[in-house]
Design a protein around this ligand. Structure first.
Ligand code: ME8
Length: 508
């Protein structure tokens, strides 16, 4: 059986989770759920990035001990994922003893093999982004995404010989055209790799920052937060030989474009130096924008809170809108208006109406029992064929993180079924006893079509599709993506009123 390992970024826990975090985690969860449904051994990791200056500063500003502060905030992430239907197999925290031990061991290995050296360094450091920046990147003296200007630092640091691996990294990306997706991000990194990238400062003096993993050979320095965080993709499997062998060879990272550099320049060079196989895919998202068209962020207060949105519209609706609205990799706006329009159109209008028409007619004309019929015409065969095509094709889109395209195709099938209902007009067939067989064929086809839709949408809308399947009289959880079309289920649908999605804007 194929195995797959899916990761989200390991988020900074200096605050509670926001919509950008939910965006990455929901995409990863959807990918994990599709993989499980496709019969793959799936390991899905998320977690908390708990070291670094940003966290230490936030804890101090909050008047809290740093460990207590991160303990509290990490719980907010764990709870948020539960509320959003995100179900990771593991939650790594960079303050866990096992993670720290793995980081120390990796550092010692690089130090022993001569890949780490000490030097004096002067540079501008952005605490917001947790990295040294160049003058060229600054606009009006600061990074556009930061509130504060970077600080000038002159200190002794340890350096990882990243430049030594530059040509290898460049050639690795060039020879794996599918590695970084969408590919414009690969081109962006290849352009950077044309020029020297320098070595990477991987330590901070503990006299200035004590919050971090001490270097194993020099306790006066702690590890740079990015060097620490990237290794959290490996540390949960480091002491589990079988798990590592099973999952590591097929690891797929999901990140936002803000952290593309560390995931290509730092991480690929680190993997090469540590003799770790590099990732199989890096899926890079664009940024969610607020209704003002600017990157959604806490400081601009232009975002929608994910938990408030889930409470207002349900977590399933939020999940659907996040994967349906914006092509992965591109920036796009998420606002309450966007959520409501999508809910009304796709979910309430197209899918919700199809469900209620189907259930009502099976109740009315067949006493709630799904008929068994053999009076099939070309229209039924065409729908069956479209369903089969979707079942077979959906993982290709999902595996390329084209979940929006997958949703578009499923919704096109739903609309096709709505057209089929109108064209067949079962309410007319019901009036003519000689058309009884035809009526049964239509209702059976609608029911089976909805079983397929509920399977295909279950990774995105897990709770809603569970409810729909119960109403349709089939097992709550689909067993596989490819369950063949059935003609003789003979099950009963619910006889209670069933509204899958209620419209928000009833006048539209
Ligand atoms: O960077 N739109 O953590 P972080 C879309 N700890 N996605 C967004 C977003 C937005 N407006 N804002 C944030 C870190 N994200 C490091 C990662 S990994 C080894 C270490 C998402 O809490 C996006 O996926 O700042 C981005 O890459 C991530 O949150 C950054 O989360």
């Amino acid at each position: 059986m194929e195995s797959i390992y899916i990761t989200t970024p390991i988020y900074y826990v200096n605050d509670r989770p926001h919509m950008g975090h939910a965006y990455a985690s929901i995409h990863a969860d959807v990918l994990a759920r599709y993989s499980r449904l496709a019969g793959r051994n799936t390991f899905f990791l998320t977690g908390a990035d708990e070291h670094g200056e940003k966290i230490a500063k936030a804890a101090t500003e909050n008047g809290e001990l740093t460990q207590a502060f991160v303990n509290r905030n990490a719980q907010l992430f764990i709870k948020a994922w539960k509320e959003l239907g995100v179900e990771p197999d593991d939650f790594v925290r960079t303050t866990l003893p096992a993670h720290k031990a793995y980081v120390s061991q990796a550092l010692q290995r690089l130090y022993n093999q001569g890949d780490i050296y000490q030097a004096e360094y002067e540079g501008l450091y952005s605490i917001g982004q947790e990295r040294f920046v160049t003058e060229k990147e600054l606009i009006d003296g600061k990074l556009p995404e930061d509130k504060e200007p970077p600080q000038l630092r002159r200190e002794t640091n340890y350096f990882f010989r990243m430049e030594k691996y530059r040509i290898w990294v460049k050639e690795f990306i060039e020879s794996n055209p599918q590695l970084i997706q969408p590919e414009n991000y690969a081109r962006e990194m290849l352009a950077l790799l044309e020029e020297p990238i320098g070595d990477l400062s991987i330590s901070r003096p503990s006299s200035r920052l004590s919050w971090g993993i001490p270097l194993p050979w020099d306790a006066d320095h702690v590890t740079y937060v990015w060097f620490d965080a990237l290794l959290s993709y490996v540390s949960p499997l480091a002491t589990n030989e079988a798990g590592f062998a099973r999952y590591w060879p097929n690891v797929r990272h999901i990140i936002g474009k803000d952290i593309l550099r560390p995931h290509t320049l730092f991480w690929l060079a680190m993997c090469k130096a540590l003799e770790l196989d590099p990732y199989k895919k890096l899926f890079v998202s664009g940024h969610l924008l607020g209704s003002d068209g600017r990157k959604m962020s806490k400081s601009l207060n232009n975002g929608v809170d994910p938990l408030a949105a889930a409470e207002k519209y349900t977590s399933d609706v939020l999940r659907f809108v996040l994967v349906r609205e914006i092509p992965f990799g591109v920036d796009g706006v998420i606002s309450e208006k966007v959520i409501e329009n999508r809910l009304d159109k796709d979910l309430a209008n197209d899918l919700g109406n199809l469900v209620s028409r189907t259930l009502t007619m099976i109740g009315l004309y067949c006493d709630f029992r799904v008929p068994v019929s053999s009076a099939y015409a070309d229209e039924e065969a065409a729908l069956q064929e479209q369903a089969r095509h979707l079942q077979e094709g959906i993982m290709e889109w999902v595996d390329d993180m084209k979940i929006r395209l997958a949703m578009e195709n499923v919704m096109a099938f739903v609309r096709e079924m709505n057209r089929y209902v109108s064209a067949c007009a079962p309410w007319k067939l019901a009036k003519d006893p000689s058309q009884r067989e035809r009526l049964q064929a239509v209702l059976q086809t609608l029911h089976e079509g909805l079983v397929v839709v509920s399977t295909l949408l279950s990774p995105v809308l897990p709770e809603k599709m569970k409810a729909l399947r119960v109403a349709l009289g089939v097992e709550e959880q689909p067993q596989s993506l490819h369950q063949p079309w059935q003609f003789d289920r003979g099950v009963e649908v619910t006889n209670a009123p069933f509204i899958l999605f209620a419209k928000v804007n009833t006048e539209s």
